[in-house]
Design a protein around this ligand. Structure first.
Ligand SMILES: [Mg+2]
Length: 356
C-alpha cells in the first residue's frame, strides 16, 4: 500500500509544545520530522496542531523536501477526536502519525507484509504511532476508537505491529538536546545521477513503462538507506526544455521509481531535476542554468534543504559532467559505467570508506 498523503498530529497536552520547535542545525526540529516523510515519497503533509501553536506560519502552505505542507488547528478537544471530525483530506491510502515520534526505517514498516485481507497496518508502541490505512477505513476507526484502540483495530481485522526499536521518541533519553539531535540529522548524502545509474538510459527516458533498474540499484539504495545516508537524485532533464515531455512526466517517472523502491524496502529521499538547456524550444527552460550539470546548483540546494553533512557525501554518476558537478560542490565523484553499473558494490565501497 503506497500512500502519498500524511497527517501528522502534534499533541499539545502531554508534553511541552516547544519540543518540536527546538532549533537544530539552524531550523526547527519539526522540519526534520516532515523531511522524514517527504523522503519516503509523501507529496503532501497536513500538520494538525493545537490552536496557538507558536510559529505555525512557517509550515502553512509551505514546501519541505518534495512535500506540500498545510496546517490545521484544534482547540477544546483531543487531537484524534478533532482529526476524526475533520474527515479524511484525501481518498485512498493515507498515513496518520504522531509528530513527536520519529519512525526509523518507516520504509520497512510500509513494506512489512500483512495478513491477506488486512485493510492496512498500524505501528504501535504504548499507543498507535503510525496508521497506514485506506482513508475511509481509518476515519471509521477513529470515529469509534475511543480510548480502547486495540478493540477498534480488532474490529477491522488489523494486527498492530509492535517494533519498539524503530520508534524514536524525539523527547526521549539519548535524543534530548539540540546537540544530540543535530548529530542525528546532520548526515552525509549519496547523490545519484538517474539515467544510466538507477535506471537504464533509453535516451530522454520519461515513460513509466520504460523504467527498468540497473542490476543492483534496489539493493544498493537499500544498503545506503539502512546506513543512514540520505539518498538524493540529481538529474539533468533537458528533454523538458526540448519539448519532448513535461515536468509532470518527470514527476510521474520519479513516483514510479519511488514505488518500486518502497516495495523493496528502500527509498530516495529527494529528486532534484534540471529541466534547462540553452538550445531548448520551451522558452521558460531555454537558458544556461547553474542547476544543469556540470553546474553544482542542484547539489548545493539539496545540501541546504536537507542540512547535509558535505563531509562523507559523494556523487555517483556515469558522465564526466557528473564528476565535474561533484567537484564544483566540493565532494568526491564516483564514475560508474552506464546501465551496467553495480550500484550495490559502489555503495559498499562508499560505506566501507575504501579508496573511491
Ligand atoms: Mg546519466
Amino acid at each position: 500500500m503506497i500512500a502519498r498523503h500524511a497527517v501528522l498530529v502534534i499533541d499539545g497536552a502531554g508534553r511541552p509544545w516547544i519540543d518540536l520547535l527546538v532549533e537544530v542545525l539552524g531550523r526547527p526540529l519539526l522540519d526534520f520530522v516532515i523531511l522524514n516523510y517527504a523522503g519516503l515519497g509523501f507529496r503532501s503533509v497536513t500538520l494538525v496542531a493545537p490552536l496557538g501553536y507558536p510559529g505555525l506560519d512557517r509550515w502553512t502552505a509551505s514546501r519541505i523536501g518534495d512535500a506540500d505542507v498545510t496546517t490545521v488547528t484544534y482547540a477544546g478537544e483531543g487531537p484524534l477526536a478533532f482529526v476524526g471530525r475533520l474527515g479524511a483530506p484525501v481518498r485512498g491510502p493515507i498515513l496518520l502519525a504522531r509528530a513527536d515520534k520519529l519512525v526509523d526505517g518507516l520504509e520497512r514498516f510500509i513494506a512489512h507484509p500483512q495478513p491477506a485481507g488486512a485493510p492496512g497496518r498500524v505501528l504501535a508502541g504504548a499507543d498507535p504511532i503510525v496508521w497506514l490505512l485506506d482513508a475511509e477505513v481509518l476515519w471509521s476507526c477513529l470515529a469509534d476508537a475511543g480510548p480502547d484502540w486495540t478493540a477498534a483495530l480488532k474490529r477491522i481485522g488489523l494486527v498492530p505491529w509492535f517494533d519498539h526499536g524503530s520508534v524514536l521518541d524525539l523527547g526521549g533519553p539519548g535524543l534530548q538536546g539540540p546537540a544530540a539531535l543535530a548529530r542525528r540529522f546532520h548526515r552525509p548524502a549519496v547523490f545519484l545521477d538517474r539515467d544510466g545509474v538507477i535506471n537504464i538510459d533509453r535516451g530522454y527516458t520519461f515513460r513509466v513503462e520504460d523504467l527498468a533498474f540497473t542490476p543492483t540499484a534496489l539493493d544498493g539504495i537499500r544498503v545506503l538507506n539502512r546506513a543512514g545516508r540520505r539518498v538524493i537524485v540529481v538529474t539533468n532533464q533537458a528533454g523538458v526544455a526540448r519539448g519532448y515531455y513535461g515536468l509532470a512526466d518527470v514527476d510521474r517517472f520519479h513516483d514510479a521509481i519511488q514505488d518500486k523502491l518502497m516495495a523493496g524496502g528502500a527509498h530516495i529521499d529527494a529528486f532534484y531535476s534540471s529541466p534547462y538547456h540553452p538550445e531548448g524550444i520551451v522558452e521558460a527552460f531555454r537558458q544556461r542554468h547553474e542547476d544543469r550539470k556540470p553546474g553544482a546548483g542542484m547539489l548545493l540546494r539539496a545540501m541546504r534543504d536537507w542540512s547535509i553533512d558535505a563531509h562523507g557525501s559523494v556523487l555517483i554518476g556515469d558522465k564526466d559532467s557528473d564528476m565535474e558537478a561533484a567537484a564544483r560542490a566540493g565532494i568526491p565523484g564516483v564514475l560508474v559505467p552506464s546501465d551496467t553499473c553495480d550500484l550495490l558494490a559502489a555503495a559498499q565501497r562508499i560505506l566501507g570508506n575504501l579508496a573511491l
